[in-house]
Design a protein around this ligand. Structure first.
Ligand code: URA
Length: 184
């Protein structure tokens, strides 16, 4: 257990809990407001994130920013993290052992931030947080409450870059999040 994000960030430096440490440039712990009501959880750093050490700063992040801006949700209102903190080679999905090795960090981030809402970006986040039985296409856009936290699964922004038709659903899901923020 860590008392603060700074403490967690310090202790994660040099982490060698899984093989992703072999190819990383930077560990991407998370960014944003540690007192946020909302947390976004992605999959893992891509090339831009690996270089800059920050989550969602590449193309997918820019697309997400546009949707957030459109809904007047500020990045400063969020805390953003990923399932794995180091970039998987060629942006492949994190493997089960990698996600498991990294989960302790994410669990502590949730304990420190204490979000009321968690937006799960894509299948990897959904399955690792809520369970393998969940499917992103079936679950997106539906609130799931667990242990006092409201989860909203939605498509990963990178999926929107590959398929324009998913954009509307992402927008609709974030709109539900915006409405929930106003309620809480
Ligand atoms: N994709 C993710 O899942 N996370 C990032 O930080 C960037 C891209």
């Amino acid at each position: 257990m860590y008392n603060s994000i700074e403490e967690l960030e310090k202790s994660i430096q040099g982490c060698k809990k899984c093989k992703l440490c072999n190819n990383r440039t930077n560990i991407v712990v998370g960014s944003g407001n540690v007192n946020a009501k909302i947390m976004f959880i992605g999959e893992g750093p891509g090339a831009d994130e690996d270089i800059q050490g920050k989550p969602f700063v590449g193309k997918a992040g820019k697309l997400m920013d546009m949707a957030l801006q459109g809904l007047d949700i500020k990045r400063e209102e969020l805390y953003i993290a990923n399932i794995v903190k180091c970039r998987p080679p060629s942006n492949r999905n994190p493997e089960a052992d990698e996600a498991e090795a990294c989960m302790e960090y994410l669990r502590n981030q949730v304990l420190i931030v204490k979000p009321k809402i968690i937006v799960l970006l894509g299948s990897v986040a959904l399955k690792n947080i809520l369970g393998n039985e969940y499917n992103i296409t079936a679950s997106r856009g539906k609130w799931i409450e667990k242990n006092g936290i409201w989860y909203m699964p939605t498509f990963h922004p990178a999926a929107l870059l590959r398929d324009d038709a998913k954009k509307i659903y992402f927008w609709q899901d974030l709109k539900l999040v915006k409405e929930k923020i106003m309620e809480l």
